[in-house]
Design a protein around this ligand. Structure first.
Ligand code: DGL
Length: 271
């Protein structure tokens, strides 16, 4: 029997922190009427410093409980670290469509002219076999220079809470990429962490205007559109406003209030 999805059934966008908002921005443009729950595992941030087992256990456990509580029609794991480690496991245990966020190596390989691509991600993401496979499949004739830039996560979190970003923090976080052999030929950089597009201007200032910054958000939004084709959406700002949930302290999320409103999210709840 075909499942009939109710028009008010939400799409759940999940990340360890505010990085998911870079994906939500594209989703809003693609599906303005879709009800959305933005879920952040702030108590688990940063995922990039955790082991594969820890990330997998947290993500599977939390998404299982969130799916039961909120009955979403689809879950978007708007986090490269969680997706490259746990996408398969989450799909195995949940019965709704799961859309992951994986490093945009394919579009970067199509874009590069020099054949040298940089990839900035978390420590955990850059060591995943998932990334090896993407490199083998789409960039085997390119040079892919991977660099862990965990130092970009906190500035992105702070920026969305209205705090200034110190350019020297951004410089320090990407210095290791620019020090690699052949790095002077990089013309395309994959932002393989959803926090990083939130620092697009700051990164462009350090990497230079001639370097293209590529992320997967628009592709993810297109994938969600295709998976929900034919479904009705009804977003009722008055009776059932979109909301954000955090596993961390509500007071910490309060500082995001005006930013969340820009993404159509009016309410903050504890999970
Ligand atoms: N936003 C997460 C990602 O896309 C990374 C942040 C973290 O380390 O938790 O990988």
């Amino acid at each position: 029997m075909a499942t009939i999805t109710e028009a008010s059934s939400p799409i759940l966008v999940f990340d360890s922190g505010v990085g998911g908002l870079s994906v939500l921005a594209e989703l809003r443009t693609a599906l303005p009427d879709a009800p959305v729950i933005f879920a952040a595992d702030q108590a688990g941030l940063p995922y990039g410093a955790k082991s594969e087992a820890e990330v997998a256990a947290r993500v599977c456990g939390l998404l299982g409980r969130m799916a039961e509580r909120y009955r979403p029609r689809l879950i978007c794991i708007a986090c490269n670290t969680a997706s490259t480690i746990a996408l398969g496991m989450v799909r195995d245990v949940l019965e709704i469509p799961i859309v992951g966020t994986v490093p945009a190596i394919k579009p970067a390989a199509a874009l590069t002219k020099t054949g040298v691509i940089g990839l900035l991600g978390t420590e955990a993401t850059i060591r995943q076999a998932y990334v090896d496979n993407l490199e083998r499949e789409f960039a085997s004739d390119k040079l892919l220079l991977r660099h862990a830039a965990p130092g970009l996560v906190d500035p992105a979190e702070a920026k969305l809470r209205g705090q200034p970003v110190n350019p020297s923090d951004v410089e320090a976080a990407v210095a290791g990429l620019l020090a690699k052999p052949e790095a002077d030929k990089i013309d395309t950089v994959v932002l393989a962490c959803t926090h990083f597009p939130l620092l697009r201007d700051e990164l462009a200032a350090v990497l230079g205007p001639e370097v293209a910054l590529v992320d997967g958000a628009a592709g993810i939004a297109r994938r969600i559109v295709s998976l929900t084709q034919g479904q009705d959406f009804e977003r009722s700002e008055r009776s059932q406003p979109d909301f954000a949930v955090t596993t961390g302290a509500i007071e910490d999320f309060d500082a995001l209030q005006s930013e969340l409103r820009r993404y159509g999210i009016e309410e903050i709840r504890a999970f």
